[in-house]
Every structure is written in structure tokens, then in C-alpha cells.
Design a protein. Structure first.
Length: 151
């Protein structure tokens, strides 16, 4: 198990608790809206907002945190994260905010304490990059964007 050190932002509502896993098998820990004025935020259709969580993270070297949408919000209300998955690097120590987008057709209210996203802790592999004269061939070749068929 990887330990993520967490610090509260000044003025954050600590009673909302830390990110937590809703079930035994959950891969993502829920993040909550920790609104500084404790009031609701209404997102019009097509609008986006940076929603604070009240948290700062210290992610161990060799790991990242990915911020992803919650499937129920996406299905029922069109609420998603436009940069999903958002990556939080191990060397970032600023506030954790979630960019939320209303892709639905009705205004959506985010209340203080609502679960707005989930975070996944994942290992990071670093690559080296090398320029070559030609790439090795594959059966697929240059086919992309649906080239492998519909089903």
C-alpha cells in the first residue's frame, strides 16, 4: 500500500473527511467539493469550474494521482472532467482542484461536500526517447481512428 500525505488548505472544512474508497473493491477514492463559502455552485450547461477539494497532496516519487470523473454523474447529469484523467505529479504541492464540466442540457448544482470526482494512485514509468531512421513494422501499420473495425 502506498501512503499519500495530505494537508488541509487554510479554511477547509475538515469535517468532510479525507478521500475514501466507497467499497472494498473500489479503485478510486472519492474527492469532495470543499467550497470556501460552504455555498452551492451552479454550473450552466457547457460551463466549467475549478472546484476546490481543500486538500494538498504529497505523492511519493514514482507515483502519480489520476483524477477521473464519477460514472454516475456522467451518465445521469453529463458531469465530466474535460482533462480526464487529470494528472497530479509527485512534485506538485499546490491545492488540489478538480476541473468540472457540465456537458449536460440542464444546470447542475454542486453542493458543499458532494462527491465530484475520484482519484486513482498509479505507478509512473519514465521512458527514454531515441530518434531512429525507421520504425519497425506491425500488422496494423498506420491504420488508426476506427481502422480495426466497428465491432
Amino acid at each position: 500500500m502506498v501512503e499519500i500525505a495530505i494537508a488541509w488548505e487554510n479554511g477547509a472544512d475538515r469535517s468532510l473527511g479525507l478521500p475514501d474508497y466507497a467499497t472494498e473493491g473500489a479503485a478510486g477514492a472519492d474527492l469532495r467539493a470543499n467550497l470556501p463559502d460552504r455555498r452551492a455552485l451552479t454550473l450552466a450547461p457547457g460551463a466549467r469550474a475549478l472546484v476546490p477539494t481543500g486538500l494538498r497532496l504529497a505523492i511519493p516519487e514514482g507515483y502519480e494521482v489520476q483524477v477521473r470523473p464519477r460514472s454516475g454523474l456522467a451518465l445521469r447529469h453529463g458531469i465530466t472532467l474535460p482533462n480526464a484523467p487529470g494528472t497530479i505529479d509527485a512534485d506538485y504541492r499546490g491545492p488540489l482542484g478538480v476541473i468540472v464540466l457540465n456537458a449536460g442540457d440542464a444546470p447542475f448544482v454542486i453542493a458543499h461536500g458532494d462527491r465530484i470526482a475520484q482519484m486513482i494512485v498509479a505507478p509512473v514509468l519514465r521512458a527514454s526517447f531515441a530518434v531512429v531512421d525507421a520504425l519497425p513494422g506491425t500488422r496494423r501499420g498506420e491504420g488508426g481512428f476506427g481502422s480495426t473495425g466497428r465491432i
